[in-house]
Design a protein around this ligand. Structure first.
Ligand code: URA
Length: 237
């Protein structure tokens, strides 16, 4: 693999940033300063140091994205830009894709990875991986809303599994946790109660919380703890 590809695929820096640092002598391979990043390395055995830090090779890459409004997360939806456009192109080339979907107008936490087995597990309906959303709605929720969410709501083609609803004081906002991921699920649950979602933000997925330091549209690599938390959803079941 080319050195600049390795550096960008691991999320360390863009190819352009890497080229600039290499020119200044900031990139070494097995102790040797390398200025031409088109050279090839074996990522599993060669030691690449970037700006003084060894790049740890991982088979898979995991990214946390704070999705902004107006981006789609489904490849077959051409109505707006695809969320992968917010990330370096090397990530798409490395086979990374969004783990699950958010509507175009939903914002917040998305995990992007090329770990297919983990993504498959996190999205499998039988795994009941929990997702928490912050919401606002058009009118005050009815007093029985918490109980109805807990009991399951008949949405015509299916009855939702028990969900946890925590309302704020005016009952026009709060947090909702579901363990399913059907199309427009939360919006449909609110519609079934005669209400309408006006704002939806995913703040937690599979035990991993959206980093409050990430602005909308920003991304960062997941930490080792976050990756372990995602994997724990699998190991526990
Ligand atoms: N439920 C919805 O209705 N929309 C989303 O984007 C996610 C969950």
């Amino acid at each position: 693999m080319r050195i600049d590809k390795f550096i960008s695929c691991t999320g360390t820096a863009s190819r352009r940033e890497a080229a600039a640092l290499a020119k200044k002598g900031g990139v070494t391979v097995n102790g040797e300063t390398v200025r031409d990043l088109s050279r090839h390395i074996d990522p599993e055995t060669d030691r690449v140091v970037y700006g003084g830090e060894t790049i740890v090779y991982r088979k898979y890459t995991y990214v946390m994205l704070n999705k902004p409004e107006g981006y789609v997360s489904a490849t077959d939806d051409r109505s707006a830009p695809f969320v992968m456009e917010l990330l370096p192109p090397e990530f798409s080339k490395a086979g990374m894709f969004p783990c699950g979907r958010l509507d175009k107008d939903t914002v917040g936490l998305m995990i992007i990875t090329n770990d297919g087995p983990l993504a498959h597990m996190l999205l499998h309906p039988k795994r009941h991986v929990s997702k928490t959303y912050r919401f606002s709605c058009e009118s005050a929720l009815i007093p029985e809303a918490e109980r109805k969410f807990e009991a399951g709501i008949d949405l015509g083609d299916f009855v939702s599994a028990g969900a946890r609803l925590v309302c704020g004081e005016n009952r026009m906002g709060g947090e909702v946790t579901i363990s399913e991921g059907k199309y427009h699920q939360i919006k449909r649950m609110f519609t079934a109660l005669g209400n309408r979602i006006t704002y939806l933000e995913r703040i937690s997925f599979g035990g991993v919380d959206l980093d409050p330091g990430l602005a909308r549209g920003e991304w960062r690599l997941c930490t080792d703890d976050e990756i372990a938390t995602l994997k724990a959803n699998f190991e526990a079941k």
